[in-house]
Design a protein around this ligand. Structure first.
Ligand SMILES: Nc1ncnc2c1ncn2[C@@H]1O[C@H](COP(=O)(O)OP(=O)(O)OP(=O)(O)O)[C@@H](O)[C@H]1O
Ligand SMILES: Nc1ncnc2c1ncn2[C@@H]1O[C@H](COP(=O)(O)OP(=O)(O)OP(=O)(O)O)[C@@H](O)[C@H]1O
Ligand SMILES: [Mg+2]
Ligand SMILES: [Mg+2]
Lengths: 256, 256
């Protein structure tokens, strides 16, 4: 029975997509069947795993707004065991179009439930917002993985994110757990990065992943080649960080 | 008659807030009267200029949704000549609450028109989205300044942003110009950064600011002290970049 994890943080540019692509790809390399759902109209996750605009006929938008069967919007990627439901800019329209629909917060859950049994893990890459699409993703998920950039502004947003999680747990999805807080783009040379790491570990304790993703130029280059960094250059520090994260994730999710 | 500039890009973490704070503060240091409007519920611009949550009684949300007079939501900052209309997380509600209001795209324009004559320049810091609040900002503005991080994903989003600008110009605000494309977080040591700079200059030519904002640790530290980097450390490379940008901005806006 597939576990569904939303990768979310309303702060922009903190590594949501990079984490979604590379954690999903690392688990796929470790022989898990993984589905990635691109819930961001910018569709960086889609191009990041090599699904290009000309290849796309059906998207998440068609499932949410058009009622298309989920299976019809699933694409294989160049990474074995990794499938994706892509997005295009059309998804921008969904925020406004869904407002008036009945059970508008549960539409993504219905999309996910149709295929949950076919995968070990399903990851939802969220856009930088606390709007309806993100609430949909949190309602469809068993847990939320929160990437936090080792920068000051990213720290400020965490308390607001916690409020949103509490609200979703109270009102719509009482089962939503915190999968973990992931420290990302860590540069050990910067004093600021070390301050943020300490503050996050004080604020969240056990909930912080032991694995920290370091800033690594190969991670920034991989999207240019439309592939996960773990497929582009398995020996790079970025790849090693994500493979370690995948192993820690599996340990946390293994049956006791 | 104050010029209104929206600082927008739906890609997250590209330097919108950093540009809004530091360009506004640099112009204030050059003796221009400047108003900064924080149109992002994350309210990084608000805390970045030192206006803290306990100081805030009225916000942009009160003006847009509650009809408060604009003057009632203006706060002075520690930077002379720089005022701000702050935001709080309440602004998240505005996206949904404004959907059903009449003339919903023009609400921010009404807020701005009330005080436009009191300032030389008004900057609107936008959230990473193409939703209703950002459309409101584009409708209220004379031009849009687009920060672009020197990274691949940031490049992908530009064509989508251009489509949105064309749409706003056609449907709601024919006067919206492009103030310029600002290359930000440039790290000369990275091959990727140089590829992106070349691509952006090819795509946008004259519209690209000559000033490039380099990645600089002082810029990341300034928010921790709740002040613009140009106030924290005027001699740092980051401050020099933003003061040069301010001078280039003034040159582009001086009467022929
Ligand atoms: N560890 C890292 N080292 C170097 N570059 C990184 C790292 N993580 C992410 N990046 C780069 O930083 C930028 C922001 O990351 P990413 O796009 O994954 O963030 P995001 O949270 O998904 O952004 P958005 O809020 O726009 O969805 C991207 O260009 C990405 O390639
Ligand atoms: N030139 C720079 N050098 C170093 N750090 C920078 C630079 N510009 C921005 N930063 C840092 O990078 C992070 C992202 O920048 P910023 O928050 O301004 O982007 P944004 O586009 O406003 O993000 P959002 O999409 O969440 O609104 C911040 O932590 C900021 O301090
Ligand atoms: Mg993303
Ligand atoms: Mg911002």
């Amino acid at each position: 029975m597939g576990k569904v994890v939303a990768i979310a943080n309303q702060k922009g540019g903190v590594g949501k997509t990079t984490t979604a692509i590379n954690l999903a790809a690392s688990l796929a390399i470790l022989d898990k069947k993984v589905l990635l759902i691109d819930a961001d109209p910018q569709s960086n996750a889609t191009s990041g795993v090599g699904v290009m605009p000309d290849d796309i006929e059906t998207t998440l938008y068609d499932c949410l707004v058009g009622g298309l069967d989920t299976i019809e919007a699933i694409y294989e990627t160049d990474t074995p065991n990794l499938h994706i439901i892509p997005s295009t800019i059309d998804l921008v329209g969904a925020e406004i179009e869904l407002v008036s629909q009945m059970k508008r917060e549960f539409l993504m859950r219905e999309v996910v439930e149709q295929v949950r049994h076919d995968y070990d893990y399903i990851f939802i890459d969220c856009l930088p917002s606390l709007g309806l699409i993100t609430v949909n993703a949190l309602t469809a998920s068993d847990s939320i993985l929160i990437p936090v950039q080792c920068e000051f502004f990213a720290l400020e947003g965490l308390s607001k994110l916690r409020e949103t999680i509490d609200l979703v747990q109270k009102k719509i999805n009482p089962n939503l757990d915190i999968e973990g807080i992931l420290l990302s783009m860590y540069d050990a040379r910067l004093r600021l990065a070390n301050i943020v790491v300490e503050e996050v570990q004080n604020m969240f304790g056990e909930e912080v992943f032991e694995t920290i993703i370091h800033r690594n130029s190969k991670i920034g280059e991989a999207p240019n080649l439309h592939m996960p960094v773990v497929m582009m250059n398995a020996g790079s520090r970025g790849s090693i960080n994500f493979l370690n994260l995948a192993k820690e994730f599996l340990k946390n999710n293994s049956d006791p």
